[in-house]
Design a binder for this molecule. Structure first.
Ligand SMILES: [Zn+2]
Length: 111
């Protein structure tokens, strides 16, 4: 499955304006959050593999602080990347959630 990573120029363009908007509005923007875009034509396959509802259009993974969205879906970009991303970076509860997932993953690995 072809997956476009954050380093791709088109994703930087996708994030440039909203990043600047959040920076100007709040004084911060996502720094540790990664964005992964799945092409729309591959979304059903991706969602099925991951056990997601194919009618969904995005997911946020606290363990690696990654927002995965369908294509360039703007609602998913804001919901997954900015809302969940900033929650997990900027709030105490969100940071605890990231730590918890990483600890649980480690525990499962050594079991
Ligand atoms: Zn959500």
């Amino acid at each position: 499955m072809e997956q476009v990573q954050i380093q791709a120029p088109q994703i930087r363009t996708l994030l440039d304006f909203p990043n600047q908007f959040y920076q100007d509005l709040l004084g911060y923007k996502p720094e540790q959050t990664s964005l992964q875009q799945i092409p729309e034509t591959q979304w059903n396959e991706f969602a099925t593999q991951k056990g997601l509802n194919p009618n969904s259009s995005g997911i946020y993974l606290p363990i690696n602080q990654t927002a995965v969205i369908q294509g360039e879906n703007p609602l998913s970009l804001f919901h997954e990347y900015f809302r969940h991303g900033l929650y997990c970076e900027q709030s105490l509860q969100g940071r605890k959630l990231v730590d918890l997932e990483r600890k649980l993953f480690y525990i499962i690995l050594v079991m």
